[in-house]
Design a protein around this ligand. Structure first.
Ligand SMILES: Nc1nc2c(ncn2[C@@H]2O[C@H](COP(=O)(O)OP(=O)(O)OP(=O)(O)O)[C@@H](O)[C@H]2O)c(=O)[nH]1
Ligand SMILES: [Mg+2]
Length: 469
């Protein structure tokens, strides 16, 4: 029934590589047993942990998608600083309530882990605290899920006070329901750190301490947020438009911002290199200046604790006039990545912000990039590293921003068909009704068109018209 797929590492050196010089007796892992301690990573980085990856394809999930998800998990584990040493895949109709994978599979995972001397098993699927506990009991080693690994990477990469507070908050929210496991560590060698079981009272003390820390972080973040909203209000008063660069992690968002401005944001071939938003002023070809922000990348199954904690950083996305959605055109499944990004955008309340697809890394596979552009009229293909297509992108951004500047309400007499045509040609007609003597039109236009249509406007001129006069 269970369709087993064993996928031992392609690179045999991974298995042979036990020359890290660590005495196994000394290996200690910061698994759930350490919860309640100060914010330490879930994956121990004092040495390269050896990790068995476990994936479950539920129902009719197709093999290709499961494979891609496991590849991504391997990449996450590697980014977190550990070595994937084997994969165990399984096909099930529904998750097992107690262990997600079912008892037979757990036994198999235990044997594999033992024979490969793995420290931790990482599951691609989200585990409940109870499942995690049961798995650790049976596997005799740490059991983590994708969420924990992502949280771990975020914790490593956070550098600003806000970023650090957000990540710690997300970690605490993840840890709190799992706290009952406190006091147990799983070491193949047995004994070691923290084998003493804490009494009920110790657990209560730990829980209260973490709750206090959560409250503290929440109030710190509120303060930081208030500060920022004052800044962004000041910025909005300049009437400049705002563009947010969003997209899947590693799509090339920071590279694009660097290409457009001299932001000098860190670019790395690593997941979640960017956590904090960086905003720079950019002069568009038409002469107007806009603010462009680089933002944290998204991923499939992004932990909701992180989305929740990063909501305030993502205000620049919600408040943007235009989203430049960067897609890696060389990605084997660009639609899947786009869908994952769309899901998060909806979740943070940015689902309605106008969006422009930018298919990046066109230098790697130009044909693939142009196919994507063809399928999405209005989108642009670029290479942020070679600069190809960037002028095109700037022109499109300028056009998209201009067009949506002003919403004008017009009364056009029936004998002025030329004006009606102009509204349609130059703007985006949102509403058109026929009334006595003429048409009533609600149209989104740029400033130039608004000027040409001024005689027919029956609404108040928007405040933008006063600026720059
Ligand atoms: N060939 C090629 N590589 C690119 C291009 N744009 C970015 N890259 C590479 O892709 C990797 C990720 O780039 P980043 O700009 O850090 O990506 P990001 O979207 O900011 O990633 P995170 O901040 O980690 O979410 C780096 O190794 C870049 O050099 C491109 O147009 N062509
Ligand atoms: Mg980045």
């Amino acid at each position: 029934m269970d369709d087993d797929l064993w996928d031992h590492p392609q690179d045999a050196s991974l298995l042979a590589d036990s020359d890290t010089g660590e005495d196994p007796e000394e290996s200690h892992r910061g698994g759930f047993g350490e919860f309640g301690g100060e914010a330490t990573g879930l994956i121990d980085r004092t040495f390269r942990e050896r990790i068995v990856l476990a994936g479950v394809a539920l129902g009719r999930a197709d093999a290709e998608a499961t494979d891609a998800s496991m590849d991504e998990l391997a990449r996450l584990v590697d980014t977190a600083g550990a070595d994937p040493v084997a994969r165990v895949l399984q096909q099930r109709e529904t998750p097992d309530r107690a262990t997600y994978v079912g008892q037979g599979k757990v036994e198999e995972l235990r044997m594999v882990s033992e024979s490969l001397d793995a420290d931790t098993v990482v599951f691609d699927n989200e585990l409940t605290p109870a499942q995690q506990g049961n798995l650790e009991d049976s596997l005799k080693r740490s059991a983590l899920d994708r969420t924990a690994v992502i949280l771990d990477i975020f914790a490593q990469n956070a550098s600003s006070p806000e970023g650090r507070a957000q990540v710690e908050l997300a970690q605490l929210r993840y840890r709190l329901p799992r706290l009952r496991r406190s006091g147990k560590t799983f070491s193949q060698q047995g004994g070691g750190i923290g084998t003493r079981g804490p009494g009920e009272t110790q657990l209560e003390v730990d829980r209260r301490r973490l709750m206090r820390r959560v409250a503290r972080l929440e109030s710190d973040l509120r303060r930081i947020r208030k500060n920022r909203s004052t800044q962004s209000k000041a910025r909005r008063r300049t009437s400049n438009r705002a563009v947010a660069i969003v997209g899947y992690t590693n799509a090339g968002k920071s590279t694009l911002l660097n290409r457009l401005t001299d932001a000098g944001v860190l670019v790395q071939d690593r997941l979640f290199a960017t956590l904090d938003a960086t905003t720079r002023r950019l002069q568009l070809p038409g002469g107007e200046a806009v603010y462009v922000s680089d933002t944290v990348g998204f991923i499939r199954k992004l932990p909701h604790q992180l989305v929740e904690a990063f909501k305030s950083t993502l205000d620049v996305v919600v408040d943007a006039d235009l989203l430049v959605h960067v897609v890696d055109a060389s990605d084997p499944d660009p639609e899947g990545s786009i869908a994952a990004v769309r899901t998060v955008l909806e979740e943070i309340g940015a689902g309605e912000v106008p969006e422009l697809y930018v298919f990046n890394k066109a230098d790697i596979d130009p044909a693939a990039a142009y196919r994507l552009v063809e399928r999405d009229p209005g989108s642009v293909a670029v290479s942020s590293t070679t600069g190809e297509g960037i002028d095109d992108l700037l022109a499109v951004v300028a056009r998209r921003l201009r067009r949506q500047t002003i919403v004008a309400e017009l009364a056009v007499p029936y004998d002025r068909g030329d004006v009606l045509a102009m509204a349609h040609r130059e703007g985006e007609v949102m509403e058109s009704t026929e009334s006595e003597g003429g048409w009533r039109i609600l149209v989104r236009v740029d400033e130039g068109s608004a000027g040409r249509l001024a005689d027919f406007r029956i609404d108040q001129p928007p405040p933008e018209a006063e600026v720059g006069g």
